[in-house]
Design a protein around this ligand. Structure first.
Ligand SMILES: [Zn+2]
Ligand SMILES: [Zn+2]
Length: 68
């Protein structure tokens, strides 16, 4: 994985246990922090999923096509 920061809690991936974070992110929770810099992102939930904006890295979307 190239992720440095946990997208849910914003802490460094190597620091602590993020098992629960990963589970939540994989299910319904949009990310709250940028995985690249750990900044808090502006997150909008859309009918299709979510759109998250990092002031430094730009926009991320949940492009996952409805996996059941
Ligand atoms: Zn975490
Ligand atoms: Zn970022």
């Amino acid at each position: 994985m190239s992720t440095e920061f946990c997208a849910r809690c914003g802490r460094v991936e190597a620091d602590g246990d993020h098992t629960r974070c990963a589970v939540l992110l994989a299910s319904i929770d949009p990310p709250r922090f940028c995985a690249d810099c750990g900044r808090r992102m502006v997150v909008q939930v859309t009918p299709a999923g979510w759109v998250a904006n990092c002031s430094r890295h730009g926009e991320r979307t949940s492009t996952s096509p409805s996996v059941d």
